[in-house]
Design a binder for this molecule. Structure first.
Ligand SMILES: Nc1nc2c(ncn2[C@@H]2O[C@H](COP(=O)(O)OP(=O)(O)O)[C@@H](O)[C@H]2O)c(=O)[nH]1
Ligand SMILES: Nc1ncnc2c1ncn2[C@@H]1O[C@H](COP(=O)(O)OP(=O)(O)O)[C@@H](O)[C@H]1O
Length: 226
């Protein structure tokens, strides 16, 4: 990859951001940066920011902008030599504006998934906390029920995927996401995908990125073509 490529993936909880990001990372070699993973690392390490963030996540609330921005932006600054796909940030207009002042984005992918589909998926989502691997007891179950495929350790359900936190999260998402989507639409970098299945969305995301990401192979071909 010659020129660096910066992308963001937007979508409500359960829309498949993590699933699609993993596919993008393995197909295109982009670094997958997830705000949820950053938060979980900080919570596990009991950093000051992590302890504070946990109180919001448990209520199904968003972590305040200043705290999120303090956690995420330094991680992006470290990535000056990598192309990346940022998942879960920005979620609010204030976060989008902070990101704007830190870097220039090439593409924004926005996932538009029906509410009933989201509720159904999140009820069945289980994760391996140490690695962040995500399973769905119906869509992509682990080989052995309740156990991570690679480490053999037990899977858990996020506090915020449990029914009490879930409905509040989905309701709130819509309100705060709209100005963020509008901002990227106005910039002309928004690409919206609507469906109930990740497998049907993926080919479109893949061909968008194939067209947008400058690869070594394309450069090499250009260099050898007379
Ligand atoms: N049934 C079904 N589940 C899916 C699909 N895509 C993703 N999932 C599952 O839905 C849950 C939410 O997906 P995830 O990628 O974590 O979404 P995120 O919250 O936007 O990052 C996970 O358990 C996924 O395995 C799909 O097309 N169909
Ligand atoms: N950019 C963000 N701004 C505020 N809160 C966030 C942000 N990213 C993650 N969070 C908090 O962390 C929780 C888990 O995030 P994540 O793993 O991305 O899961 P999900 O996609 O299911 O919301 C969110 O429900 C929210 O409380």
């Amino acid at each position: 990859m010659s020129k660096l490529f910066r992308a963001v993936i937007l979508g409500p909880p359960g829309s498949g951001k993590g699933t699609i990001s993993e596919r993008v990372a393995s197909s295109f070699g982009l670094q997958h940066l997830s705000s949820g993973d950053f938060l979980r690392e900080n919570i596990a390490a009991k950093t000051e920011a992590g302890v504070l963030a946990k109180t919001y996540i448990e209520k199904g609330a968003l972590v305040p902008d200043h705290l999120m921005t303090r956690l995420v932006l330094p991680r992006l600054v470290e990535m000056t030599r990598h192309s990346w796909l940022l998942d879960g940030f920005p979620r609010t207009l204030a976060q989008a504006e902070a990101l704007n002042s830190a870097c220039e984005l090439d593409v924004v992918i926005s996932l538009n998934i029906p509410l009933e589909t989201l509720k159904d998926r999140l009820r069945h989502r289980w994760i391996h906390p140490a690695s962040g691997r995500v399973y769905n007891m119906r869509f992509n179950p682990p080989r052995v029920q309740g156990v991570d495929d690679i480490s053999g350790e037990p899977l858990i359900q996020h506090e915020d995927d449990k029914p009490e936190a879930l409905v509040a999260r989905l309701r709130h998402y819509k309100d705060v996401a709209k100005p963020v989507i509008d901002l990227y639409r106005a910039k002309g970098i928004l690409h919206m995908f609507s469906d109930t299945e990740t497998d049907r969305i993926w080919p479109y995301v893949s061909s968008l990125l194939s067209a947008k990401i400058p690869t070594d192979r394309a450069d090499a071909q250009r260099a050898t073509t007379p």
